[in-house]
Design a protein around this ligand. Sequence first.
Ligand SMILES: O=c1ccn([C@H]2C[C@H](O)[C@@H](COP(=O)(O)OP(=O)(O)OP(=O)(O)O)O2)c(=O)[nH]1
Ligand SMILES: [Mg+2]
Length: 146
Amino acid sequence: MPIEVKIINRSNNPLPHYATEGAAGMDIRAFLETSIEMQPLQRMLIPTGLFVEIPDGYEAQIRPRSGLAIKHGITCLNTPGTIDSDYRGEIKIILINLSSEKAVIHDGDRIAQMVIQKVEKITWTPAEELSQTSRSEGGFGSTGKI
Ligand SMILES: O=c1ccn([C@H]2C[C@H](O)[C@@H](COP(=O)(O)OP(=O)(O)OP(=O)(O)O)O2)c(=O)[nH]1
Ligand SMILES: [Mg+2]
């Protein structure tokens, strides 16, 4: 069953949509009056003109697009960005240009993608000890050593 999500679109761009039947994400477009230049290593907060009301128990994740990353070195700095269900402000995308060349972002460019996810809430049980496991405290490349 699809989940209904209220949306206000103050941009001239079409609503985000699933490009294929199996797509996990919907591309999100920049909402800009004029094109902007991103210098190498510059980061920018890009407006989208979108305001959403995510149902309680869900979040929206803002993730980078692989094509922008491999072709232009542009990615989301805070990936995955978190859109809380109680956020009512404009969705904005924090882009960074990790290439050595400047990039130009135009109004309507697909700059990121949004994935809706379920969120589990927890309560803490303070404890003195945790259960034993074969991994124990190993991490950070601890497995597979001969
Ligand atoms: O890529 C993003 C990330 C966040 N947000 C908005 C929605 C989110 O609900 C809110 C807060 O995001 P986050 O919790 O990541 O930022 P924070 O630095 O912890 O700010 P706050 O103290 O407002 O939670 O900012 C965006 O529009 N785009
Ligand atoms: Mg926060």
